[in-house]
Design a protein around this ligand. Structure first.
Ligand SMILES: Cc1cc2nc3c(=O)[nH]c(=O)nc-3n(C[C@H](O)[C@H](O)[C@H](O)COP(=O)(O)OP(=O)(O)OC[C@H]3O[C@@H](n4cnc5c(N)ncnc54)[C@H](O)[C@@H]3O)c2cc1C
Length: 482
């Protein structure tokens, strides 16, 4: 379809009040349409230009919406709509800090509506749950308030180009008890829920008359990938901070037990072995108990059962043992998906069965050119793909051939508490792979987040907010206490 093509499409009255008002006043609009509008349903409206719909405003989607808004939305060359299930954005790699209490998710979040206003895209709140490829429409479920009362009815959005970037969720692999008794770190709400329970457990332990019982403050983390390892190290630090702030009945070395359970033969199995070894050494120094080659087959309210019949007691459990794309993507309207629901894409990031639909980030399966596997589900991949898609969409807009994505691994950094990250730098930066630790690793780790902020806000605003953050540090508690 030509980008300049005019079409009838579905719009919601909330999204376009000016259009809705003009329809209301237009004598040619049939009464049934006005009736639908009055009942809060959809209306039809005429709009010009290419409709680009991005679903998911995470590490990749929000960068893409921002850059496309600046490039195409500003001059009205295209209309860009971002749909997200949440009203605000928090960069997902920060979630383990929210869970441990060292980061206030409310202070760090970015409101999509404001970002859209500043960067010339339209934001729509809602969770995509369906797709009609024949009509080129995305279906978005009704949005309910915390009491289950409908705030926004079900809606459909027309697209000329659709880009799906809905990320991933924890994969429980069907293990019984995970849903009931484990917390996953997929969303800020889940991270805050973990933090709330952890603080409550510490408050209870601190004020009870009797001594802290064995296992009362044991956190079991299943999956020793970067998320599990970073959470364990951060919890070690923040619990000591809590004790220093006055919870003096808790002796962190004795009362708090942190367990990491991993099915592979080493922690951080996806990273180079020497990085795993360095991380394991640090965690052992911090007193984190590591159980490798242990597969959890059942989770119970008071602990976890391993495949060889061992029961590991724990009072709180986190599941970070693997990811999958959200279930609603499975075979969605005939698109090709893999066994973990990811949309299979070509190197152009177009889905294999529909040129008008792109997918990227964690929810896409993009093969590596050497056939050794797929692009890993990481923020750096989502960031690179978003940058390429800005070019792709502009080229597509002018009918030019699309570039192909090549994953560049710049290395991995794992934060092990406040002062001791370890990691490796790879590729063009180093001419190979070198291991880095300490201050350098900390700086590189910090720069990953800064690159995301620069993509969203530009250099000047990012520099100013970073400076403001540093000068306010002495007046902020280093952990969130509620
Ligand atoms: C604790 C933790 C630490 C991590 N640390 C690192 C790290 O150090 N380095 C690194 O490279 N990677 C890290 N990752 C992985 C990284 O966060 C992801 O690879 C990255 O966020 C993927 O980006 P994305 O845009 O694909 O999805 P996400 O960033 O997950 O964004 C998905 C967005 O889609 C929205 N959404 C979901 N479903 C729907 C729907 N049905 N309708 C509408 N909207 C929807 C969500 O609300 C969200 O805003 C970490 C992940 C976690 C959980």
């Amino acid at each position: 379809m030509s980008p300049q093509h005019q079409h009838q499409h579905l719009a919601d009255t909330e999204s376009s009040p000016a259009i809705a008002q003009s329809i209301e006043a237009d004598a040619n609009v049939p009464a049934i349409i006005k009736g639908l509008r009055q009942q809060g349903h959809i209306v039809t409206a005429e709009r010009q230009g290419h409709e680009i719909v991005i679903v998911g405003g995470g590490a990749g989607g929000l960068e893409l919406a921002t850059r496309l808004g600046n490039k195409l939305g500003k001059g009205r060359h295209a209309h860009i709509t971002l749909i997200d299930a949440s009203p605000s954005h928090l960069w997902k790699p920060l979630l383990y800090e929210v869970a441990a209490g060292s980061l206030d998710s409310y202070a760090e979040r970015l409101e999509y509506l404001a970002q859209g206003h500043w960067h010339h895209f339209t934001f729509r709140l809602g969770r995509m749950d369906g797709l009609d490829r024949a009509r080129q429409e995305v279906s978005v479920a009704p949005t309910l308030d915390e009491n289950g009362v409908e705030i926004i009815p079900r809606r459909s959005f027309h697209y000329d180009t659709l880009i799906i970037a809905v990320g991933s969720v924890g994969n429980d692999f069907g293990v019984p008890g995970v849903k009931e008794y484990c917390i996953m770190l997929d969303t800020p709400e889940q991270a805050r829920e973990f933090h709330r329970r952890h603080i409550n457990a510490c408050l209870r332990a601190n004020t009870q008359a009797e001594a802290v019982a064995p296992g009362q403050l044991t956190v079991g983390i299943v999956g020793a990938g970067a998320t599990g390892v970073e959470l364990a190290a951060e919890l070690h630090d923040t619990t000591r901070e809590l004790s220093a702030y006055g919870m003096d009945n808790i002796e962190p070395d004795k009362s708090l037990k942190l367990l990491l359970v991993e099915a592979s033969d080493r922690i951080l199995p996806g990273l180079p072995p020497r990085l795993s070894a360095a991380a394991a050494e640090r965690l052992a120094e911090l007193g984190v108990e590591m159980h490798t080659k242990e597969r959890i087959v059942e989770v119970r309210p008071d602990g976890m059962l391993t495949a060889d019949g061992q029961f590991i007691p724990a009072s709180m459990m986190v599941w970070s043992a693997g990811i999958k794309a959200p279930d609603f993507l499975k075979d969605i309207d005939g698109l090709e998906t893999n066994r973990i629901n990811q949309l299979v894409v070509r190197p152009t990031l177009q889905t294999t069965r529909d040129d008008n639909i792109f997918a990227f980030g964690d929810c896409a399966a993009c093969a590596l050119p050497d056939g050794t596997g797929f692009v890993p589900p990481r923020a750096q991949a989502a960031h690179q793909q978003a940058a390429m898609l800005v070019k792709s969409i502009c080229r597509r807009f002018h009918g030019k051939p699309l570039p192909e994505y090549v994953y560049r691994d710049y290395g991995s950094l794992v934060a092990l508490g406040r002062f001791t990250p370890v990691g490796n730098l790879m590729g063009a930066l180093t001419g190979g792979s070198i291991m880095i630790e300490g201050t350098l690793a900390r700086l590189v780790y910090w720069s990953l987040h800064k690159m995301h902020e620069i993509a969203l806000h530009g250099w000047i605003k990012t520099s100013l907010t970073t400076y403001a953050h540093f000068i306010s540090t002495p007046t902020r508690a280093r952990i969130k206490l509620h």
